[in-house]
Design a binder for this molecule. Structure first.
Ligand SMILES: Cc1cc2nc3c(=O)[nH]c(=O)nc-3n(C[C@H](O)[C@H](O)[C@H](O)COP(=O)(O)O)c2cc1C
Length: 192
């Protein structure tokens, strides 16, 4: 998994800002490695342009990791403040929202496996992600929070998430994830 965390590196005092020739380097990694390469953002969203270029470079799946959950630029600002440095909060809200990145990348690339992440907080969020075109979904912060308590709490939390996903599927009449993917999307209209 290659993390494309440009903003985080840019705002991190000790960040690695050498982004030169990155597309070619990603192509080389994809060609040389014997395992499939996945590319991911870390909470600022993969754009359509980036997704197309990543697929051309040989990436086999993309985690769109959009805005809406953990903001690493906000984390870096907090870290700087704790270290007595100036906290730059200008980029705390930067990025493509998760649902927007997901819908647009799926529209542009019909086949590539997509992971939805960035603000996924429940099985309902996972169900929505899959209906919007993701193949799977991922969570960062909520699992860290329970992992700090115990392994059992992580399991308990995931059992709850799976239950929420199953109930969501029941309510839309989807017996498997493929049917959930094909579930009709309704937009709330004025008057409801
Ligand atoms: C403390 C922390 C550490 C993380 N470390 C990794 C990691 O090592 N590898 C990875 O693929 N994702 C990691 N993530 C998850 C992604 O950065 C994730 O896309 C981002 O946090 C947004 O998702 P969230 O809102 O669910 O946290 C981490 C998340 C957190 C909160």
């Amino acid at each position: 998994m290659l993390h494309l965390n440009v903003l985080q590196e840019a705002v991190q005092p000790e960040g690695n800002r050498n982004f030169k020739g990155l597309s070619d380097k990603i192509s080389t990694v994809c060609r040389e490695l014997e395992v499939p390469v996945v590319a991911k953002e870390v909470g600022n969203g993969i754009s359509v342009d980036a997704a197309v270029r990543l697929q051309r470079a040989g990436v086999r799946a993309i985690d769109i990791a959009g805005k809406g959950g953990t903001s690493w630029s906000a984390v870096e600002a907090q870290r700087a403040k704790k270290q007595g440095q100036q906290a730059d909060t200008a980029f705390a809200d930067w990025g493509i929202p998760t649902e927007e990145a997901l819908v647009n990348v799926r529209k542009a690339l019909a086949e590539i496996p997509l992971i939805a992440s960035g603000g996924i907080r429940s099985g309902v969020d996972i169900a929505k992600s899959i209906a919007l075109g993701a193949d799977i979904a991922a969570m960062g912060q909520p699992l860290l929070a329970v992992a700090l308590e115990s392994a059992d709490q992580v399991i308990e939390s995931l059992v709850g998430v799976i239950h929420e996903l199953k109930v969501s599927m029941l309510c839309v009449g989807a017996t498997n994830l493929a049917e959930l993917r094909a579930a009709p999307l309704l937009r709330q209209t004025a008057g409801f």
